[in-house]
Design a protein around this ligand. Structure first.
Ligand SMILES: C[S@@+](CC[C@H](N)C(=O)[O-])C[C@H]1O[C@@H](n2cnc3c(N)ncnc32)[C@H](O)[C@@H]1O
Length: 209
C-alpha cells in the first residue's frame, strides 16, 4: 500500500485552479465532502476516454466533481446533476458559471436520486457518477445500468469509505451497502470493474457491449 506521504503526493500532483479551490471552499462551508483532487482527475480522465457527451451525476454538492467532468467533455457535452439540496446546487451553478461553463451545458435537478433517476432516459448517458446517499448505492447501480449506454461507465465515489470497507469490524449501514455494491460489481458478467485506491476510493465499471 502507498504511504500517507505518497497519498499526499498523488493528491497534489495535479494542481487545481482557483475555480476548483472556490468550489472546495464552498463545500467546506456547506459541510459537504467533495471528491478529492486525485479522484477528480481520475473521474475527468474516465469521462474523457469514453468521449462522454452526456453525463449524469447523483450528488452535485458545490460542483467539484461536476467541474472536473464538464472540463473533460467536449464543448457540447452536457452534465445532468441531481441533488436533494437546492442550496448546494445554487453554489454549483455559481462555480460552473464563474468557470466559464455555458449554461446549456449543465442541467441541475433538485430532488432525491432514486426519484429522479427513473425519469432520465434509458441508455442516454455515456457515464453515470454516483456520489449521493451511500446507503442507496445498490439501488443507484440498478438505475445507473439502465441509464448508461453499452460501452459506457458507471463510477462510485467513496468505494473505500474512510478505510471502513476493508475492515470487517465495521458493519454500519453505509459500509455494508458499499461492501455489497463492490461484491455485486465484481461478479456481474455485464460489467468490467476497476477499483481505484485514489482519494476515498473510486469504483468504476464499464457496461460491456
Ligand atoms: C459527497 S456530496 C457530493 C459532492 C460532489 N459530488 C463533489 O464532489 O463536489 C453528497 C451530496 O449528495 C446529496 N445527497 C444526499 N443524499 C441524496 C439523495 N438521496 N439524492 C440526491 N442527492 C443526495 C447531498 O445533499 C450532497 O450535496
Amino acid at each position: 500500500m502507498t504511504s500517507p506521504a505518497s497519498q499526499a503526493y498523488v493528491d497534489t500532483y495535479l494542481a487545481e485552479d482557483d475555480h476548483l479551490a472556490d468550489a472546495r471552499r464552498r463545500a467546506d462551508e456547506l459541510g459537504v465532502v467533495p471528491i478529492g483532487p486525485a479522484a477528480g482527475a481520475a473521474l475527468g480522465f474516465l469521462v474523457s476516454v469514453v468521449q462522454a457527451r452526456s453525463v449524469a451525476e447523483i450528488g452535485s454538492g458545490s460542483g467539484v466533481s461536476g467541474l472536473w467532468m464538464l472540463r473533460a467533455m467536449p464543448a457540447d457535452g452536457v452534465l445532468t446533476s441531481v441533488d436533494l439540496e437546492a442550496e448546494h446546487q445554487r453554489h454549483a451553478r455559481e462555480v460552473f458559471t464563474a468557470a466559464g461553463i455555458a449554461p446549456q451545458r449543465f442541467r441541475l435537478i433538485a430532488g432525491a436520486g432514486l426519484e429522479v433517476m427513473p425519469r432520465l432516459t434509458d441508455a442516454g448517458y455515456d457515464l453515470v457518477f454516483l456520489d449521493g446517499d451511500k446507503v442507496e448505492y445498490g439501488e443507484y447501480l440498478d438505475e445507473a445500468l439502465r441509464l448508461v449506454r453499452p460501452g459506457g461507465v458507471v463510477v462510485f465515489d467513496n468505494a473505500l469509505w474512510h478505510d471502513r470497507v476493508a475492515d470487517p469490524a465495521h458493519r454500519d449501514p453505509e459500509t455494508t451497502a458499499i461492501r455489497d455494491l463492490l461484491e455485486r460489481v465484481s461478479t456481474d458478467e455485464r460489467l468490467r470493474p476497476l477499483l481505484l485506491p485514489v482519494g476515498d476510493g473510486l469504483l468504476a465499471a464499464q457496461l460491456v457491449d
